[in-house]
Design a protein around this ligand. Structure first.
Ligand code: ADE
Length: 238
């Protein structure tokens, strides 16, 4: 079963509205919505903001039988070529706020874990194909840096770019990645750029979030069409 997670209501409500044969499953700390989207059986949920919520939600999804996980949402652009509305498909993910350097570990490395978690090649490919159908935006494959911080300064952007080579900053993806990797479950993170993580980020984020959330919906619908073996079908009416 395919799981689709968004951090916030805005990120999943467009998909939830189209979910067929919907059943709600209330679990400790999260509600999962089971049903079919474009003929694919899915578990859809709003996971909440931050790495702890993301890890908890992902664990629930795996226990309920998720065998592939897509995380969709918005991010702050870090790569200098990214503009609001552009889409990042994860190559791999790091936790930029982890610092065990006093014990000799590289910045971002959780002791006992890999320095980064690689996204699934097939899900990446399908995500890129679907993202390319969104008009007027750049689709970039790159590293997603996650941390429990909203990045809103040139220094914050420079740190993520120089220390991690991150394409974008968000607050959940690497936690989803870590849990999925431990369980051997393929995953991909798709992020639409709502701001460029600099001092204007809080204003841009509020202004552009609804528009870029629609991009995320279009990418997920395009992925579902491809994963159900019906590529080329219309996937989004707007
Ligand atoms: N999500 C969207 N914009 C973000 C930012 N600038 N930092 C962290 N998460 C974000």
């Amino acid at each position: 079963m395919l799981a689709i997670i968004g951090a916030m209501d805005e990120e999943i409500e467009l998909l939830l509205a189209d979910l067929q044969a919907r059943e709600d499953l209330k679990l400790p700390g999260v509600t999962l919505h089971r049903g079919t989207l474009d003929g694919v059986e899915v578990l859809l949920t709003r996971g909440g903001i931050g790495k702890v919520n993301a890890a908890m939600t992902t664990t629930h999804l795996l226990v309920q039988g998720a065998t592939r996980v897509i995380f969709t949402g918005v991010a702050g652009g870090v790569h200098p070529e990214l503009r609001v509305g552009d889409i990042v498909v994860s190559t791999d993910l790091v936790q930029h706020d982890v610092d065990v350097s006093a014990l000799g570990y590289d910045l971002g490395t959780v002791p006992g874990e890999p320095p980064a978690w690689a996204a699934d090649p097939e899900l990446r490919q399908v995500a890129v194909q679907a993202a390319r159908t969104v008009e007027g935006v750049t689709v970039m494959e790159g590293r997603v840096a996650s941390g429990d911080q909203f990045i809103a300064s040139p220094q914050g952007v420079a740190r993520l770019w120089q220390s991690f080579g991150a394409a974008c900053a968000e607050m959940e993806g690497a936690a989803v990645a870590q849990v999925c990797a431990k369980a051997g479950v393929p995953f991909v993170v798709i992020r639409s750029v709502s701001d460029t993580a600099d001092t204007g980020a809080p204003v841009d984020y509020r202004e552009f979030m609804p528009r870029v959330a629609r991009h995320a919906k279009q990418v997920v619908r395009g992925m579902l069409a491809r994963l159900s073996g019906t590529p080329g079908q219309p996937t989004d009416a707007g």
